[in-house]
Design a protein around this ligand. Structure first.
Ligand SMILES: [Zn+2]
Length: 231
């Protein structure tokens, strides 16, 4: 049994199935086709569909994710997140002394986009500080500019004008992986490509860089999709 939605389409000439961003089957049916034909088509695709659904992870909402795992990495520390109420715009309060984060939002009118913005502004402050801290402790020259953005598929990037851009979702990663991404981008200030000299420079910044790169690929997929359906 799989959840599915039927969409009638005047443009489509045949019945076809796709998966939407919630990992739900979307059955597109031409206007003239019968529902019986559509359901029988769905049944024929059963095994294929179940296989595809297992491969594709549904993109979780930020709140769903934080409720399961209420921790964020801020300034190199794992910080516990608690939830509280406000009837105004959602916002985060971070106490750097105790390492506690309070995310306030209206439980009766959850607005995923505004929750994302609240976390993004916390990320902006903390990721920039972390990058500066890493530059100072590892004697790396600071980049010309640091931006924290909402990239959909990249953890970070480095431009030829010495600007570094970081994905705000880095605050969901464990400290060692967050630092790895920042150091990876800092290494691009000297070596723009992924050449052998790039990887050996990165190893001087992070001695376990290859383990961290591998681990990021394993755990990063769910995290990078957080909040993307709320666009
Ligand atoms: Zn790179």
């Amino acid at each position: 049994m799989v959840p599915y939605v039927i969409r009638r389409s005047s443009r489509s000439r045949r019945i076809y199935i796709s998966l939407d961003e919630q990992n739900q089957a979307l059955l597109t049916v031409p206007m003239r086709a019968t529902l019986k034909a559509a359901v029988s088509f769905l049944e024929q695709c059963g095994d294929w569909l179940v296989e595809q659904m297992a491969k594709t992870l549904p993109s979780k909402s930020i709140l769903q994710y934080l409720r399961d795992k209420p921790v964020l990495t801020l300034n190199g520390e794992r910080c516990r997140v608690t939830f509280a109420f406000t009837n105004r715009c959602p916002y985060c309060k971070y106490n750097s002394e105790s390492g506690e984060v309070v995310l306030r939002f209206d439980h009766h009118a959850i607005n995923e986009i505004r929750i994302r913005e609240a976390l993004k502004s916390l990320a902006k402050q903390c990721l920039t500080e972390r990058l500066e801290y890493l530059c100072d402790t590892k004697s790396i020259q600071r980049p010309g500019r640091v931006t924290v953005r909402d990239q959909s598929s990249r953890w970070g990037s480095c431009s030829t004008s010495r600007g570094i851009s970081l994905n705000w979702r880095l605050i969901f990663l464990p400290a060692r992986l967050q630092d790895y991404v920042i150091l990876h981008e800092l290494a691009h200030l000297k070596e723009m490509n992924h050449t052998r000299s790039f990887w050996s420079l990165l190893k001087t910044y992070d001695s376990r860089s290859s383990d961290h790169d591998k681990r990021l690929n394993e755990v990063g997929r769910t995290i990078i999709s957080l909040g993307q359906s709320a666009c």
